[in-house]
Design a protein. Sequence first.
Lengths: 282, 426
Amino acid sequence: MDNSAVRTEGLTKVYKDFWRRKSVSALTNLNLNIERGEIFGLLGPNGSGKTTTVKLLLGLLFPTSGKSWLLGYSSVDLKVKSKIGFLPEESYLYKFLNAEEILDFYGKLFDIPKTERKLRIDKLIHDVGLNPYRKRPLSQYSKGMLRRIGLAQAIINDPDLVILDEPTSGLDPIASREIKDLILDFKEQGKTVILCSHLLADVQNICDRIAILNKGVLQVMGNVRELLSQKDIIEFVVKNLSDNDILEVETFIKSRSGDVLSINHPASTLEELFLAIIQQSK
Amino acid sequence: MILTIAGHTFREVIRKKILHVLIGLGILIIIVSPFIPTTDEPDARVKMMLVVFFQVVVFLCIVGVIFLSATSLPHEIEDRTIYGVLSKPVSRLKIVAGKITGFALLSVLVLIILGLVNVVAIQRIASRLPEEFRSILKARNEFAASRFSIQGKVHHVREGIAWIEGGRTGIALWSFSDLYKKLADKSSLEVEFNLKIDCSRKDVDAIPLVVGIEDAGAGQCKTSILSAKIDEPLTIKIDREIVKKSGTINITAFPMHSMDYIGVTGEDAKLYSVQKGFISNYIKAMGVTFLKFLLIITIAVMGSTYLSAPVSIVSALVVFLCGHILDFVKDFSLVIQRYDVHEHALPPVLKKPNILLVYIEYLIKKPLEWVSVILPDFKRFDSLKFLLKGINISWETVGISVGYTALYAGICLFIASVIFKKREFL
């Protein structure tokens, strides 16, 4: 059995103009192997080929060459889509429906039985914090609320593979943190998550592995810790050390031919500060 | 899955204001239609209501449905809500079929609402009509004469019409056979004459006409003298029992006075069996009209799988309008051809064909012929003519319309699914 959640071999996409002439190479010879149960970050600047990769995996685009497999099935196989959840870059939702109706519609597309569908809808609406607004048309939702309901629809089928394109865009730090916690929950449940994001801090915090694309070409792929670790730099985090002790340690390092690059107090992240202040004010 | 997409499409459309405006406008037109000035005939208002409904209200609804169905997919592609559906385990064929089904459901709703208003209004107006003018509310089955002959002397023949002078010099005879097999048990019979009437006396608008109805088997004949008005059909009821005996009846007619003339052909006397009422015939007419909706919806959705919303609307409208003038499209190619074939009948100036005309003919003749073959024939869904004449729409007519729609819509659905399957979403 193929243990990969996602596998691509030489995946290439070339956009052609009206006269079928080669216009833009959006993706070139992408070889990916994402293991089941991991959170995988797909990074890159605008136009790097992230969204093209996702669209190729979902069958919204057809590859010029190469192949891809999802959960052991060819990505063109319709059966595999029942095991996938997808949150697009923007919340492309039917604005004339309310939260219940849209989740019911997507649930029907997955052929989920009526009673089970109702239970899941209730739970998801509650989980994404939209219970008070469940009957309100989506046209009256804020961007953050749309993102939440978008996420709910992406997991209505309890998918094995969740593809999230910029899941935290438009969300305030609290909601953003909740989404990140939700993604970590997915991992605990054994789900595979592909996360496309510009917010590198988010990716760093929650992803097991990442791939960085640029101009449609895979630049680097690997474990986040390994990629970020600087082998020639050593960091000590020490508590309750006097200034004299610090000086002594510095002298010792220099005596052993080491270069002290900086000695300072570690700063908390702005996110942690924000969350702490909001928590205190409650 | 198709029904899920259909239900979603239906729900989306019924929440749009354009649909509410369309239904409101339709009801308004139906209510106003009896007040449109028309002829003095007592049943003219009822006819006007039918004409307005089937030619104005239905046309408006079709334009509205074209607008909605041709824009649905392009809008979903444009605002990218289609991503949510395409990423689910739904085939693209089912998406297209679901869209068509959704708009078909919408058409059913619109036709039921407007049809109900129309039929209630017609019944109200028609209930005030004198009995003899309620034939429009009947559903009659037509039988053509199996044999036509003239006994005695024909005064003269002009343009295929045999003229008989009154005073029993000649008698027109129409035979209708095998009626026993064709008639349903509860139907009643009537014969309708559409005779040409001429009179050498001045200021006469009706002549006395001797009409005989004969049981061909038993030889029994019932003769009556009726007043036949010029340019008006003459309808006579026939005793149902006469057919039970032999199944063949002969109908004769001649003018009573020698100064009067009737012009007759084999088509001028028609026998009708009156089986069911107006409502059942109206429902059939609505059913055939629905097929028209279904066909144009399929064409509009097919176009929208590839074209942008405005182009899709325009192309569906063009197909719809051209589908009503297929005869003209065919004739148009013939008009140019005639310049060559019937040269002797043309004015001198056109006798020698212009080389440019010949060239144009060569260029457009075949394409026009192909266009007329490819385009759907929307005229075959014209059920108004049946209602106006009070003629029953046969199940055969309905069946042929269903078959034609199924075949054409099936081909369109196939093409649409192939195009949509190959489509990429950037």
